[in-house]
Design a protein around this ligand. Structure first.
Ligand code: PTJ
Length: 259
């Protein structure tokens, strides 16, 4: 039996996954998504999304490549400069990084908003509770008193004083239509997505091609380091980031198979 086989998919607690396992991050991610589905947080489609992400992450070498780290620093600068930053939470994000998103919201003084592709009141409530259990103070997304233009009804629902009014939004693992619609609203969009060819990173001002479980703590760390920077310094970080090059470098890394 290989090491891989020896870790059963039905471990009860994530502490049972050995940290020295060569595929530790992947096993941890799968476990969290399964628990998310069981808790009514993650949609079943979230498992397919995770499978796709996992394949890209394997090809990236399951590490944060330098251009992704640059993107994470630029994302931190955007969030610190924003007047109304909002971090969007879907069922996969809530299952994978609830405490880490709460910590990022705290570091950059952003709102957290539950915003679902497959929207039901039960999932919205379960995700808001789950975020609060992981340290979030206030969670938006329950009012749903505004609409993103040019999107069909359920998928477009947002809070008027949340995503609708936001100037900078972080939208991880986002569907392409919604990423495009938010872009058309003129928002500065930061996207975390392991597939550099997906429409969401393609329309993002800051595409972060990295696993969300590495990307979010990294943005928070950059934000803490940049907390004392003045506006000029933050603007210089943003201007120094080249989104097209970041996308090209991620694609090149994936295609070269150079692990
Ligand atoms: O909870 P809901 O109802 O809002 O639905 C959430 C999902 C993710 C199911 C929905 O937004 C969806 O179907 O998304 P897509 O179109 O499958 O896009 C998800 C993207 O995230 C894909 O490009 C994946 O490669 C990528 N992805 C998956 N897991 C990760 C990831 N990117 C970064 N980190 C991951 N762990």
């Amino acid at each position: 039996m290989s090491d891989y086989d020896s870790v059963s998919a039905d471990v009860e607690h994530e502490e049972e996954i050995p940290e020295n396992h060569p595929r530790y991050q992947d096993l941890l991610t799968r476990h969290r998504i399964e628990r998310g589905v069981e808790k009514g947080i993650t949609h079943l489609q979230g498992m397919h999304a995770e499978g796709r992400g996992s394949a890209f992450d394997y090809l990236l070498g399951e590490e944060t490549i330098p251009s992704a780290d640059d993107a994470e620093r630029a994302a931190a600068a955007h969030l610190l400069l924003a007047d109304r930053p909002v971090l969007s939470i879907n069922g996969n994000v809530a299952a994978l990084v609830p405490g880490e998103m709460a910590a990022l919201a705290d570091a950059v003084d952003a709102d957290l908003e539950v915003n679902l592709f497959n929207r039901t009141p039960e999932r919205i409530r379960a995700i808001a509770d789950h975020l609060r259990e992981h340290g979030a103070d206030e969670v938006k997304g329950l009012e749903a008193d505004a609409h993103i233009p040019n999107l069909d009804h359920e998928r477009s629902k947002v809070d008027a004083d949340g995503i609708y009014e936001a100037d900078v939004v972080l939208v991880p693992l986002e569907d392409g239509d919604r990423a495009e619609a938010l872009d058309e609203m003129g928002k500065i969009e930061i996207v975390i997505d392991l597939n550099p060819l997906s429409r969401s990173p393609q329309v993002a001002d800051v595409p972060i091609v990295d696993n969300i479980i590495r990307a979010v703590p990294s943005i928070t760390e950059h934000a803490r380091k940049l907390a004392a920077a003045d506006e000029d310094e933050l603007r210089a970080v943003i201007e120094g980031f080249d989104r097209d090059r970041a996308l090209e470098e991620a694609e090149e890394r994936i295609r070269s198979g150079d692990l």
